[in-house]
Design a protein around this ligand. Sequence first.
Ligand SMILES: Cc1cc2nc3c(=O)[nH]c(=O)nc-3n(C[C@H](O)[C@H](O)[C@H](O)COP(=O)(O)O)c2cc1C
Ligand code: SF4
Length: 398
Amino acid sequence: MEKKNRSGAVIFSPYVKGEAVKKVVSMKREDVLFDLRESKLKGRGGAGFPTATKWTLVAAAASTEKYIVCNADEGEPGTFKDRVLLLEYPELVFDGMVIAGYVIGAKLGIVYLRGEYEYMLKSLEDYLETMRKENLLGKDIAGKTGFDFDIIIRLGSGAYVCGEETALIESLEGNRGEARNRPPYPVNTGFMGKPTTVNNVETFAAVSHIVIKGGAWYCNHGTDKSTGSKLFSVSGDCEKPGVYELPWGTKISELLELVGAKNTKAVQVGGASGFCIPKTQFDRALGYEDAATGGSIMIFNESRNMLHVLKNFMEFFVEESCGQCTPCRIGNTKLLEGVEMIEKSEFTFGYINKLKELGKTMQVASKCGLGQSSPNSFISILENFKEEIFNSGGSHGK
Ligand SMILES: Cc1cc2nc3c(=O)[nH]c(=O)nc-3n(C[C@H](O)[C@H](O)[C@H](O)COP(=O)(O)O)c2cc1C
Ligand code: SF4
């Protein structure tokens, strides 16, 4: 696992394997949680839930058995930053999991690894073995009597919904990957019915740095409500696609400049389940205050047909809906049919407006985040690119 020459203010800043683990065992749990609260770190999996709050809830839950789960399902179209972290910076991710185990009082951490990443399984397991040899995993970690913790890796099988934390837990338990009703939440009733924290790969990586450098240092990066930096997976029409670490608050126009994007007409922020932003809004800032994202940035230049882009997203959601609840199962099919009607110029504006209303109903009535977010592209692309889509009569472009 070789590091590329990456640089960044937080995640890609220097870090020595095991240093946060060695430091944390001399700290009180409350002090670690204090640093995390001070950092205002929000989960990097997309929903942006404060990490300190989640960990405090699991730490406080009354149970002798608790679990740490690292969500490495990375199923959102256009995201590949967790792959880079696991391959090039496993020390950050695994040390972050050990820290979580210490703070929460768990004995086992489980990495739920995207099925398509099976090729990295062996190297990750070898890496865990070196951690065991160096007393960074196993019994009495880093010399701390009674602090026992280990990490295992389990593979997913390619279902997008299994990235949703409750479906992921079902899958880990050997069941069909379907979202659970919430509440109860995993912090109380998670893996095997026990208190569990599920966090994104990048969240654990950020924690390792925060333990070493402190919450106040972390807040020096980013904005007031979006502290720290973010890894962005940049793909599409640009000269330099790849993974970039940028402070929250970076404008979309600045990112486009950095990656060598020319003649850009649209940027899809947050993957297929995110929002499509038109050229007139490229001065918007990436962050929780404005354009929030788990990290996927897809760039479309003037040659792209936005109806085709939308069709591609809706086909994905029809395929990936688990079918448990009606708004998502039927709703996504109806939205895709609407796109096909526009394509064939066999639509009325009245019907398309009804579909947009259906999309809004899906956002509130679907059981899990998949159906709650799948209409975002439908609504934002039809709204922001209506002239192109409706004036062209849906003509086929690239
Ligand atoms: C359909 C769907 C797919 C998701 N996929 C992922 C994923 O691949 N990785 C991830 O970290 N979170 C994913 N999430 C979010 C998780 O449910 C959860 O919020 C996250 O893992 C919590 O970690 P965090 O607090 O560190 O962000 C997904 C959510 C939904 C609704
Ligand atoms: S919203 Fe979609 S993916 Fe989620 S439970 Fe309902 S049918 Fe399944």
